[in-house]
Design a binder for this molecule. Structure first.
Ligand code: FES
Length: 113
């Protein structure tokens, strides 16, 4: 993919990866949320540098791929779901996102495992 500037807080798709910048560092993680498989390349990076899922706002540590906050909702519902959120967070600890390494060369951006 051409290496064009990415506005702060945004994420983009590079093949099977969600790529962005967190705390000044490039990151790449696999694209499917561990909750209901939303495309994380359509997510955002919050003020803490976590990747936020576009559907129910689960948050991920992009350095480890681990979910750090569970979803706020399910299916088409968006709102508080404390028990359910804790349940998803519990099982997601065993299903971290894959973490890749972003390589910028000759005006192109690629991801290596
Ligand atoms: S699909 Fe990502 S939080 Fe629900």
């Amino acid at each position: 993919m051409p290496d064009v500037p990415t506005p702060p807080g945004t994420v983009r798709r590079v093949g099977q990866w969600a790529v962005g910048t967190s705390r000044g560092e490039d990151f790449a993680v696999s694209r499917r949320c561990r909750h209901q498989l939303a495309d994380l390349s359509k997510g955002t990076v919050d003020a803490d540098g976590c990747l936020v899922c576009p559907w129910h706002a689960s948050r991920y540590d992009v350095r480890t791929g681990r979910m750090v906050d569970g979803p706020r909702g399910f299916l088409f519902y968006r709102g508080p779901t404390p028990g359910y959120s804790a349940l998803v967070l519990g099982y997601a600890k065993h299903l971290a996102l894959r973490v890749g390494r972003v390589v910028r060369t000759a005006g192109r951006i690629t991801v290596q495992r």
